[in-house]
Design a protein around this ligand. Structure first.
Ligand code: SF4
Length: 510
């Protein structure tokens, strides 16, 4: 019988990984068991073994811009071996024709795959796949739960569960609001809780809530709907907010050793009731997109709802006061940045008591407003690297790909790259990491904190910014070693008897 394979492409394999790639296990669940259990391959652990494929098998490859090139390489080899090639994910949704041209796709799924995937598989097995399937944006109650029983044991530190898709904002560098939509689609509390319990039963204590924005309704949104006398909108927003609180109430009742982490806008810090509920729900950490520490920088990225300067420091500290550790995300290379921006940003991150920080280079990612503006100019310039237009930068070999794409008004691109590297070096220096490790108490926890800080830096800073491939490989080796040392620190004792509250609900996979 032909088999179904799901592949998460990666050109670097680390043996262990920080977070489970949720989509793999969601589509595994959507596949069902009619064709046996699907074969799940996460190349961040190890590369796909092509010998495991047979002619007539169906191979689903999920790509985002960062791994599209490796995904296409896999697609070509899979097709050469006579299996069906199906692409999905954000990048394939944006460029279905590219997946055919470079990845030799038989079929491309656009949008959410949760509902449409079994039909795609069936059509392939009937030898009649359509070239494009429109998965659209499904409602929150249609999101599939994941097949966590297929996870390899001891390879991931964090599991991931999704509670909401879509974000009402419209940041210029982000594609989420355009691909997932601006209307938040929330999943039912029961389903989320049930999935978390399954994960805790398996021994996962750390769970990332892989949401686009955990605070989709601000106090300002509610006030505006009231001001406009828009009763139905107000009712809808209040409903969304009430569901968030209902979810957090249930999370608070789960075993105390669970730790959740989410992504959220800094507006949440305006709302002490929300922060208190987060703390009770054991949401101990949040990725907050700070982007820039100046008002001009925020204007550059259409993020006027963020604060700058000392107000920003106060807002970020409010998270910490409420027991929520912030991973602050900053962008360098904005037109308003100057040579002083790097040191000023690190200093602010330290003053604001951030537990972790990331410093990324401004990159025009497809699906964003920034990309469209940049691509118009770039097409005029017509830059080619190894025969590939720069407007398809993800198709250029990683070693040859530029780290920055837009000329800056006052700095050279190399100055920006080195300034960014310096920011990582400063924030993650041994001295600063050790000082920050005071956020945890025991010496064991402090060592874990130091290891995780260093791992984060190796995985994301050096491999993303460095231009020489020897340095990238060295970083990857270090990341692998630290990751092996870290993984046990995150897992708890399995709790196979932890009760699932509503046994009447249908199983999460069938
Ligand atoms: S960056 Fe964050 S807040 Fe902005 S649109 Fe994307 S998900 Fe929403």
């Amino acid at each position: 019988m032909p088999r179904i394979h799901l592949v998460n492409p990666s050109s670097q394999s680390f043996g262990v990984a920080v977070i489970t790639p949720r989509w793999l296990y969601v589509l595994a669940s959507a596949t069902g068991t009619r064709w046996g259990d699907p074969q799940v391959v996460d190349e961040t652990l190890e590369p796909l073994d092509f010998n495991s494929l047979a002619p007539g098998d169906v191979v689903g490859i999920g790509i985002h811009t960062g791994n599209a090139r490796r995904g296409y390489e896999i697609g070509r080899e899979v097709r050469r071996r006579g299996a069906w090639v199906v692409f999905g994910g954000i990048h394939a949704t944006l460029f279905p024709d590219e997946a055919v041209e470079h990845g030799t796709a038989h079929a491309v799924v656009r949008g959410d795959g949760d509902v449409i995937w079994p039909r795609v598989v069936q059509d392939c097995l009937a030898r009649k796949p359509r070239s494009v399937y429109e998965g659209g944006r499904i409602a929150g109650d249609q999101f599939a739960s994941a097949r966590w029983d297929l996870l390899p044991s001891g390879r991931y530190m964090w599991a991931s569960v999704q509670t909401v898709r879509g974000c009402p904002k419209h940041c210029s560098f982000c594609s989420v609001w355009r691909t997932d939509g601006q209307e938040p689609r929330q999943r039912s509390v029961e389903r989320v809780v049930r999935e978390i319990i399954e994960l805790r039963r398996l021994g996962f204590r750390f769970i990332a809530l892989a949401d686009d924005n955990f605070y989709p309704v601000t106090l300002g949104d509610l006030a505006q709907a009231k001001r406009r006398g828009d009763g139905s909108r107000l009712h809808e927003l209040e409903g969304l907010r009430a569901e968030r609180f209902a979810l957090m109430t249930r999370l608070a009742e789960l075993p105390d050793d669970l730790v959740f982490y989410t992504q959220i806008t800094m507006e949440a810090a305006e709302d002490q009731t929300f922060l208190d509920a987060m703390r009770r729900a054991k949401i101990r950490g949040a990725l907050v997109g700070v982007e820039s520490v100046t008002a001009d920088g925020l204007k550059d990225v259409y993020k006027g709802f963020n604060l700058a300067g000392e107000e920003l420091v106060a807002r970020l500290r409010a998270f910490r006061r409420s027991g929520i550790h912030v991973l602050g995300s900053f962008i360098f290379g904005l037109p308003s940045d100057t040579k002083d921006s790097f040191d000023a940003t690190v200093a602010l991150a330290q003053r604001a008591d951030l537990t972790f920080a990331q410093f990324v280079l401004l990159t025009p990612f497809p699906g964003t407003v920034d990309f469209e503006k940049w691509a118009v100019d770039e097409r005029r310039r017509g830059t080619l690297i190894d025969g590939v237009p720069l407007t398809q930068h993800w198709l250029i070999h990683e070693d040859r790909r530029p780290r920055l794409y837009t000329a800056h008004p006052t700095m050279s691109l190399e100055e920006i790259r080195l300034g960014t590297q310096r920011a990582w070096d400063q924030f993650y220096s041994w001295r600063h990491v050790w000082a920050r490790s005071r956020v945890v108490e025991s010496i064991r926890a402090r060592i874990a904190f130091v290891l995780i800080s260093k791992l984060y830096r190796q995985m994301y800073a050096n491999t993303g910014i460095a231009t020489d491939s020897a340095r990238v490989q060295r970083s990857a080796r270090w990341a692998r070693l630290i990751a092996y040392a870290c993984r046990r620190l995150f897992l708890g004792k399995p709790m196979p008897d932890l009760p699932i509250p509503d046994e009447q609900l249908e199983p999460t996979f069938n």
